[in-house]
Design a protein around this ligand. Structure first.
Ligand code: FDA
Length: 318
């Protein structure tokens, strides 16, 4: 089976240093010129639970002790070498085993381009099946993250295939994509659990809403559709206005607090996470760890202009 057809060379050039570790490059392009890598790492530390599993697990445990659910993500994406994709799948198996042996939620999130989607669907399938087998042994859950729109079709097809053999597999829908209402219907028909997010990738206006108000309106429509589907889904946003709307909607329809969950990212709106837990809602925190933190961190940087101020302030006060 073929992988995704975009030129691999082009993709290699597209990124900042490929899956860069701080030591790989001293500067990174961040939309406002070049930023020193050490400064990026300082910023990244807010959003990642460490570079190793040993650093991340105590944070996962800390969340659990405070009533939060977790999903753990090993950072990495856009892998082009089969050996690296295979190694990533082995690291995921280790993650699953360590979560299980530590008595933590066996719930992980992964990106298919880390496990070989850009190499071929066959390689990706083999690697992800290795992870699913481990997850299945512990009756856990695997969430397949959604990446750029060049991956949407393949991701949905593969998730449907995997879900047909193990029910503890779900995926993500991005409200910003105009195709999402149709994709949601396909997934619902098969009983697949969805994490609904706004969408973190840059997409052209032909396929995606560009205005924040349009994205938010699309998000609310999809959230209501998911909540009334009778299937357990995840409402993934830090947008308090939308969260309040979802709560009012659930209350008005008699949808119980255990019928869905909220999800938020590690390092963002922690006080809101705890507030929702105190109110009795289920909240799951997405906890990324690993050395390949750069691309994930750049997405967090771009999402909010205050983040840029944080980085710039440190740049000029050092
Ligand atoms: P919005 O951007 O409107 O932000 C609402 C508020 O949240 C802001 O006012 C601010 O307070 C806070 N906030 C948001 N982003 C912040 C940031 N970077 N730094 C500091 N504060 C911030 N995307 C994707 O394309 N594929 C995926 O698989 C996933 N997976 C995923 C899992 C989970 C659990 C979450 C919460 C999100 C994702 N995303 C994602 C990311 C998602 O698409 C989106 O980019 C971010 O969640 C930001 O959008 P909000 O919904 O939070 O709203």
């Amino acid at each position: 089976m073929e992988g995704i057809s975009n030129s691999k060379e082009e993709r290699r050039k597209e990124g900042v240093s490929p899956l860069g570790r701080p030591a790989d490059a001293r500067y990174v392009k961040a939309g406002l010129g070049e930023l020193p890598m050490h400064l990026m790492f300082l910023f990244a530390r807010r959003f990642i639970a460490g570079e190793t599993l040993d650093e991340a697990l105590p944070r996962v445990k800390w969340m659990k002790e405070r009533g939060l659910f977790t999903t753990v993500d090993l950072l990495g994406e856009s892998v082009y070498e089969t050996s690296r994709a295979t190694k990533a799948s082995q690291e995921y198996v280790e993650l699953v085993e360590r979560l299980a042996s530590s008595g933590l939620d066996v719930n992980t999130s992964l990106k298919l381009t880390m496990l070989g989607l850009y190499i071929s669907r066959g390689v990706c399938n083999e690697n992800v099946m290795r992870v699913i087998d481990a997850v299945r042994r512990h009756n856990g859950f695997l969430r397949v993250d959604m990446e750029g729109s060049d991956c949407t079709d393949a991701t949905l097809e593969l998730v449907r295939l995997w879900h047909s053999s193990y029910k503890g597999v779900g995926t993500v829908i991005q409200a910003m994509l105009k195709r999402s209402p149709a994709d949601v219907e396909v997934l619902l028909k098969e009983g697949i659990g969805i994490r609904l997010c706004k969408g973190a990738y840059k997409e052209p206006p032909s396929i995606a809403f560009k205005d924040k108000r349009d994205v938010d309106a699309a998000y609310v429509r999809l959230a209501e559709r998911l909540l009334t589907s009778g299937i357990y889904h995840a409402i993934a946003t830090h947008d308090e206005r939308i969260i309040r709307h979802v709560i009012d909607f659930a209350n008005s329809r008699g949808i119980g607090k255990d019928a869905f969950e909220f999800q938020m990212l590690y390092g963002i709106r922690r006080e809101l996470q705890f507030r929702l837990v105190r109110e009795g809602w289920r909240v799951r925190v997405y906890i990324p760890y690993g050395r390949e933190w750069l691309k994930y961190t750049l997405r967090r940087l771009r999402e909010r202009k205050e983040n840029l101020f944080f980085v710039l302030k440190h740049l000029f006060t050092r």
